[in-house]
Design a protein around this ligand. Structure first.
Ligand code: GLN
Length: 485
């Protein structure tokens, strides 16, 4: 089936005229109409527009104007803006919002003639680890529909895993690309902070938000990341560093690579695990990851035990800094400037009712926590302290990367959990991020690559973490792991 192809395979087929972009797009749209009622991976599908884009792409191909993604159908997390395409961010407050511009990363992809199929379901504005905070219903995991797809980019990961699109663009503030990729058995990359533009991503926590790809293979990630990367005048936090040829790096040998295994990710809370209250790792996940680490040794890597003592504070720091930045960023959604406006008798009520009706509970919780942490008298005790500890977490990584090239960890302590299992237990939902939030807090690149499945058939992801701006190396190791079967 055409919709099952990877980018590399689709490119080859399109170039050799084995099929057209219209046929490929129709195959994806067909899969979406067959499956989306069940999986709920898309909030909006642009059937007509996608077919028009595919016709254009076929014309480009006929004229020999071919880039890597010309004619390839993709999807975008709903918290990233796409010009003239409804983008809700997973929240009702933007139910009718149609951005007049593309996010830079989306523009770069669309400029190549890629075909935008639709916008993916996500936890509202990226707040969540299960997609149950979407105001458009949760996403179901294609591997077990009683389970969550992960969050917040669950729609993107499920759409790729269920072959509704060839690849997807998502956003990772504290794990939202890697954790759903791991739960759905696909590959997801969070590049270094500053590598890809944030312009046009609905801001959650501006000092952490990072756009990245979710795809079927690491090679496909490398192709898309190369296109997304680079300095953008519209985002002053992007860096001007050269973007390496990631694909070339993948074929290089990993022999002699020094791979660190941080003890904190494998020990229970009593031994200084990632957060107090963390109950340790699922046994099957541990066995699968440990087996893969042995595999790396066989491939010639030097495995080195390391320690990241401040890792245990990453989640608490994350859940102070993120709500603080959130409370400020979400202030723009007031019922006046964008999207939905509630019926009200006076201006004050417009604000309160629009926000009360337009945000889900979790978004309201973050705004309240953040406002509290930033308020006079508490700022020093919470926000400033969290920023100081953030520096210590960054230094932990800097020190360790003097001894090793990369780190490997599980992406999540457990495979996909049941829908409803953690929904009302906020802390345990937050702890679903224990392994993905440290790299996010430090702004360094990390990737989740699918490895074995559990006996129950649930995918398990392995996380590779690298030093800042070394996403190429991260993908190189992940590629070797993906091919070690
Ligand atoms: N689970 C994290 C949170 O709820 C993930 C956020 C993200 O990366 N967008 O904050």
């Amino acid at each position: 089936m055409l919709n099952e192809l990877t980018i590399i395979q689709a490119r080859e087929g399109l170039n050799k005229k084995k099929f057209t972009s219209v046929e490929l797009t129709k195959a994806c749209l067909g899969r979406i109409s067959e499956r989306n009622g069940r999986i709920n991976a898309f909030i909006t599908v642009f059937e007509e527009e996608a077919l028009k884009e595919a016709v254009k792409a076929d014309e480009m191909i006929a004229r020999g104007k071919i880039s890597e993604l010309t004619g390839i159908p993709f999807s975008v997390k709903d918290a990233i803006c796409a010009k003239d395409r409804r983008s809700t961010g997973g929240a009702k407050i933007l139910n009718n919002y149609v951005p007049p511009f593309d996010a830079t990363v989306i523009q770069k992809i669309r400029n190549q003639g890629a075909v935008l199929l639709g916008k993916n379901n996500c936890d509202a504005f990226g707040h969540g680890a299960s997609n149950e905070n979407s105001m458009y219903g949760p996403v179901r995991n294609p591997h077990d529909e009683e389970r969550v797809a992960g969050g917040s980019s669950g729609g993107s990961a499920a759409a790729v895993a269920d072959n509704m699109c060839i690849f997807s663009i998502a956003e990772d503030t504290g794990g939202s690309i890697r954790q759903p990729a791991s739960f759905c058995g696909v590959a997801g990359l969070r590049p270094s902070y500053g590598r890809n533009s944030r312009y046009g991503i609905m801001p959650m926590a501006s000092s952490l938000d990072t756009a990245g790809p979710i795809a079927k293979t690491v090679k496909d990630l490398a192709i898309v990341q190369k296109i997304m990367a680079g300095r953008d005048k519209k985002d002053s936090t992007t860096v001007a560093n050269d973007v390496p040829d990631y694909l070339k790096l993948l074929s290089q040998s990993i022999e002699g690579m020094r791979v660190g295994v941080p003890e904190e990710y494998f020990s229970a809370s009593s031994k200084g695990g990632p957060a107090s209250g963390w109950k340790g790792m699922d046994k099957e996940v541990r066995a699968i990851i440990e087996n893969r680490i042995k595999g790396l040794e066989k491939m010639g890597c030097e495995i080195i035990d390391v320690s990241l003592p401040y890792t245990k504070y990453a989640s608490p720091v994350y859940y102070l800094i993120v709500p603080s930045e959130d409370s400020s960023n979400l202030g723009r959604l007031d019922g006046i400037r964008y999207g939905m406006q509630a019926k009200a008798d006076n201006l004050f009520e417009v604000y309160t009712k629009s926000r009360a009706q337009g945000f889900p509970e979790e978004v309201k919780r973050r705004i309240m926590v953040g406002t509290y942490a930033l308020s006079a008298g508490y700022y020093d005790a919470y926000y400033r302290k969290a920023q100081k500890v953030r520096t210590l977490i960054c230094q932990d990584f800097e020190k360790v990367f003097k001894k090793v090239d990369l780190l490997v960890t599980p992406t999540s302590p457990f495979p996909a959990f049941k829908l409803g299992e953690k929904k009302d237990d906020v802390l345990s939902m937050y702890l679903a991020d224990v392994f993905v939030s440290p790299a996010a807090v430090a702004g360094i690149p990390a990737l989740s690559v699918p490895v074995e499945k559990t006996k129950a058939g649930l995918p398990v992801g392995l996380q590779v973490i690298g030093p800042r701006m070394f996403e190429g190396k991260v993908m190189q190791l992940a590629y070797a792991i993906e091919h070690d079967n």
